[in-house]
Design a protein. Structure first.
Length: 572
């Protein structure tokens, strides 16, 4: 069926321009004002840096050792920007920021093509105020980019099946699924959208006669071609090289990090209801509240595309719920289509008054939290100094400024509503200004406290003799990223005890060698009482061992492993 309607060009582009300006300000605020923060950002940025330094783009490396946990697309994007600009600090946040703007554009355009400009604007605003979307847009984790590829894939499928038959958009949907898989294995999730489509067609509720043909099978071939463009050299090198690390990388990325990780996760183990109880209520607020409305369900049941979107969102959440390993960001790819669905089926004129009261209450709660934070900063409570150090004045100003923003939003909203209500648009203004303030002020204020590895590596360089060598055991990737000197490590994938044994063997071979490691009860081969205490950083206690801290003997490691970090240029 062909539902394509001509877009009102002036209104469409005027609204789009304002939307992109607002989205750009909210998402890009703070770019270049902070370093990569744990847990994941230093790892991905270091991998990107080493791609450029080593010239090895097909086999991502972390400290010279192959990094098999994730496919390379996300790291490629950061590495390309680094190669072009020479700066990681100013570019590492850009890939996700741009990807999130593209996601926003797809949601807006679909809303306009399937319904009207009003729905498009509402859906885009709902996406922008969802905490999970902005949090990931302003970080250097993989999920915002994979959500972008998945959203583009959904865009292509919806254009083909619900707007107007288009073989080009259908094949592009599968192409971007391939990019999604090469970014993070779950890029195939748009395939689930075919389930409600086939159900609608064969139940004869909604016919797709023009789209249901043998050309549908070209889509999976496009996906396969995208995957083979990367897999072919990986398989070639892994089967022709004598280096066992190539084969280990192949097996890990193809099997352990995909099906095995989904079925038998070894980390982030959560109950099946984790997303429904701990993630959606907070990170998808307030979108789901708009579903508590008879008008919403009436419009939903009258719209085949809305029903299909709801089924797809449900399938994605269930898919991740069935895996024992869960992180709150896993369901991010479902959020853009959920915002589109809610925006289409919710008329703000039909929203119950309690919804606006909830928004007002949320604004009051945020104001109270910010005011409390202001006073905690004034008294320098430990909960605050752990985050920003002893200089709490800038954070106090941040909290005060945030409180003033919300007091102003509440005052204007309540004055216009003439009661303690807050409209969705007033709430969106408060949320947007808060994120801008966070990026411009909180980033530089919190940066030193969030990156203590930088200070530790600087201290080590100052304390040890020139031309000394430093090895890492039981380490975090941020020590690699922020090191002003080349480092040696003993396989991140090896057990802590094996790393200890290899570190001892490496130190024994030459003088002026040091080992940085965590303080631990199961530490082998070194005497902690003779170490230089470097203090607490990243929730670990760090020690620096010289030759005088080596025990007389140490068991031999099962395998001698040493990896040297590629260091053409340090992080900047």
């Amino acid at each position: 069926m062909n539902n394509e309607m001509p877009l009102p060009q002036k209104d469409y582009y005027q609204t789009l321009i304002w939307l992109l300006i607002i989205g750009f300000i909210v998402i890009f605020a703070g770019v270049g004002l902070r370093d990569p923060w744990p847990a994941d950002e230093p790892r991905f940025v270091e991998v990107a840096r080493e791609m450029v330094a080593s010239g090895n783009w097909f086999f991502p490396q972390r400290g010279g050792e192959f990094y098999p946990d994730k496919p390379p697309i996300f790291m490629w994007s950061m590495a390309i920007l680094y190669l072009l600009t020479g700066s990681l600090s100013w570019t590492f946040l850009l890939p996700n920021a741009v990807a999130s703007l593209i996601t926003l554009l797809c949601v807006y355009d679909l809303g306009a093509r399937l319904w009207d400009i009003k729905v498009a604007k509402k859906a885009a605003i709902l996406l922008l105020i969802a905490p999970q979307f902005i949090i990931q847009a302003k970080t250097a984790q993989i999920d915002a980019m994979v959500a972008c590829w998945i959203t583009i894939s959904m865009y292509g499928l919806i254009r083909h099946f619900f707007v107007a038959p288009s073989q080009l958009w259908y094949l592009l949907a599968w192409f971007f699924m391939g990019l999604g898989v090469l970014t993070k294995g779950v890029g195939f999730l748009p395939v689930f959208f075919l389930i409600p489509i086939f159900a609608l067609h064969y139940s004869k509720r909604y016919r797709f006669d023009s789209q249901m043909n043998m050309q549908l099978f070209l889509g999976p071939l496009v996906l396969l071609m995208v995957l083979l463009a990367w897999l072919t050299p990986i398989l070639y090198f892994s089967y022709t090289s004598d280096n066992p690390d190539f084969a280990a990388y192949r097996d890990n990325i193809l099997f352990k990090q995909t099906a095995e990780r989904y079925v038998n996760s070894w980390g982030h183990i959560k109950p099946w209801y984790f997303f429904f109880i701990s993630v959606i209520p907070l990170l998808w607020f307030p979108l789901y509240l708009l579903m508590i409305n008879k008008g919403f369900w009436r419009k939903l049941t009258a719209s085949p595309v809305a029903i299909s979107l709801l089924i797809w969102v449900g399938l994605v959440v269930v898919f991740f719920s069935l895996s024992p390993g869960k992180r709150n960001l896993y369901i991010l790819p479902a959020l853009p289509m959920f915002a589109l669905l809610v925006g289409a089926c919710c008329s703000l004129s039909e929203v119950k008054k309690w919804f606006n009261k909830v928004l007002a209450s949320t604004g009051i709660l945020l104001t109270s939290v910010l005011v409390v934070g202001f006073f905690l900063c004034l008294f320098k409570l430990p909960a605050i100094t752990r985050q920003v150090g002893e200089t709490t004045g800038p954070l106090a100003l941040l909290c005060l400024s945030g409180a003033v923003i919300w007091i102003g939003v509440l005052f204007i909203g309540i004055r216009q509503q003439k009661q303690i209500n807050l409209s969705l648009y007033h709430y969106a203004v408060g949320i947007g200004l808060t994120w801008v303030l966070y990026g411009l002020v909180a980033y530089p204020v919190m940066n030193d406290a969030r990156t203590p590895a930088k200070a530790i590596m600087t201290r080590i360089q100052q304390d040890i003799a020139p031309n000394s060598e430093v090895g890492l055991a039981r380490f975090k990737e941020q020590f690699l990223l922020f090191s002003p000197m080349p480092l040696v490590h003993f396989s991140y994938l090896a057990s802590p005890q094996e790393q200890d044994k290899n570190a001892w063997l490496w130190m024994k071979e030459k003088p002026n060698r040091y080992v940085l490691t965590q303080k631990s009860k199961d530490l082998l081969c070194f005497d902690p009482s003779k170490a230089t205490d470097l203090g607490i950083a990243h929730r670990r206690h760090w020690l620096l061992f010289g030759h005088d801290a080596m025990l007389a003997t140490c068991p031999k490691p099962q395998r001698v492993q040493r990896y040297v970090q590629a260091m053409k240029q340090i992080y900047q």
